[in-house]
Design a protein around this ligand. Structure first.
Ligand code: ZN
Length: 83
């Protein structure tokens, strides 16, 4: 799968970067500026916010980390796939 970055459609101030969760291999998409998080590349777009990670909206990175059992500062478990 080609990894590309997208200009953030929400804050309009930074790039949405693919991020690999080291513990699961899952790829999520996180705005480097404001940490809006989408679960699928195809869903990156204007959408409403929810603290529960899921389809059709964005959450914040800390909400996602919490949902998979990571502490709020365990950034070393994430690998930013800078493109
Ligand atoms: Zn953003």
């Amino acid at each position: 799968m080609a990894m590309t970055k997208h200009w953030c459609p929400n804050c309009n101030q930074g790039w949405v970067i693919p991020v690999r969760v080291k513990t699961t291999g899952e790829i999520i998409f996180v705005c480097e500026e404001s940490e809006e998080t989408w679960l699928k590349e195809s869903e990156i777009g204007p959408a409403h916010w929810s603290e529960v990670p899921g389809a059709g909206h964005y959450c914040y990175l800390n909400d996602f980390m919490k949902s998979i059992g990571l502490g709020p500062t365990e950034y070393e478990k994430l690998e930013w796939l800078v493109v």
